[in-house]
Design a protein around this ligand. Sequence first.
Ligand code: NDP
Ligand code: DXP
Ligand code: MN
Length: 379
Amino acid sequence: MKQISLLGSTGSIGTQTLDVIRDYPDQFTLSALACGTNLELCRNQIKEFQPKLVSVQRPEDAQTLAGEFGDSIEFLYGEEGLKEVARYSESDIVVTAITGSIGLLPTLSAIKAKKAVAIANKETLVSAGHLVVSAAKENDVPLIPVDSEHSAIFQALNGEPKKAVDRLILTASGGSFRDKSRAELDGVTVEQALAHPNWSMGAKVTIDSATMMNKGLEVIEAKWLFGLDYDQIDVLIHKESIIHSMVEYVDRSVIAQLGTPDMRVPIQYALTYPERFARPKHERLDLAELGKLHFEKMDMERFRCMKLAYEAGRAGGTMTTVLNAANEVAVFRFLQGEITFLEIERIIEEALSAHSPIAHPSLEEIQAVDASIRKQLQA
Ligand SMILES: NC(=O)C1=CN([C@@H]2O[C@H](COP(=O)(O)OP(=O)(O)OC[C@H]3O[C@@H](n4cnc5c(N)ncnc54)[C@H](OP(=O)(O)O)[C@@H]3O)[C@@H](O)[C@H]2O)C=CC1
Ligand SMILES: CC(=O)[C@@H](O)[C@H](O)COP(=O)(O)O
Ligand SMILES: [Mn+2]
């Protein structure tokens, strides 16, 4: 029986992780969960899965739940609660399905407690990839990708040595505005941006997908997970999201992973790795019915966030911390209706231009840069 700690249980990845746990009651137990402010869903999850430790965002919510459920479950809150769930003694693996660089400290806690990490929270790797990867190496802890592209690459690599790899090809759907020109992006609404053509996801990653910053973050995520140079990581527009990504080897073989767009597949693989379990009642990929798959070259001028992400990644150090923090604030402000869609990239570009990067930042330096960008960019 594998015991799981789940950070972000009430979100899109969190609830799909619970679907997978539900599918294999003899294989997986949810021992600890953390969520934000969705108490109604949290209550139902506690009743169904009976975790031993629960953390919520606010102290008053922890108190309310403790009053309802009694002493058999421990209730915590805030950043300390997230860290405790991540390092919960009985857990074997931690799924990081929380949004944003708030996932950094809990991820480091899990690694220091020698838990395997099924990593969905890409912002942590963008903000402080070097710290996460070196901590994982030091503690001999696997970082197993959940993000669909990275799971695809992980599967296509299948343990091959780095020297056999020529390049990674990340596929990008193009998001909600794939077919619009830059001029047509003027005045697009939050509702339009949230209508992803292929995936049903949380609001932040859906907006990232519309700006193409999601793919930029994923390029940086791939650099840290697979230890390759930026010159070896390419992006290809593939509007159907059927090929989840590919590896081109030095002998020119290209190995891809395909499937219907359903995150339960990579989530499950991260939990069962190195085994594969049969997915119950899962729709097969029917290529004959699809008939065609489409591919287009990435246009870095049209999707300027993509260019900013490569530039920040190549500059290194705290540049990607700034990229991530500025993006988090800008997306939040767009969702609040405070700024326009095109202002997202302008805010990020200005924050990057104004920043003098620190080359090999410590955790404290990362935290200071992250906090200062947030303070500066909040309205
Ligand atoms: N959704 C997807 O298909 C994919 C997502 N990812 C990545 O996975 C991560 C999660 O995405 P997604 O599931 O879409 O996000 P959602 O917005 O759907 O869920 C976020 C989760 O984090 C919780 N949360 C947010 N802030 C806090 C906080 N301060 N303290 C405690 N809990 C908090 C939320 O709690 P509550 O709702 O209770 O407030 C919720 O459970 C992101 O990094 C995303 O980029 C990667 C690939 C695919
Ligand atoms: C499901 C998943 O992994 C998302 O990160 C997805 O990649 C979003 O799609 P695009 O960024 O390609 O639009
Ligand atoms: Mn992805």
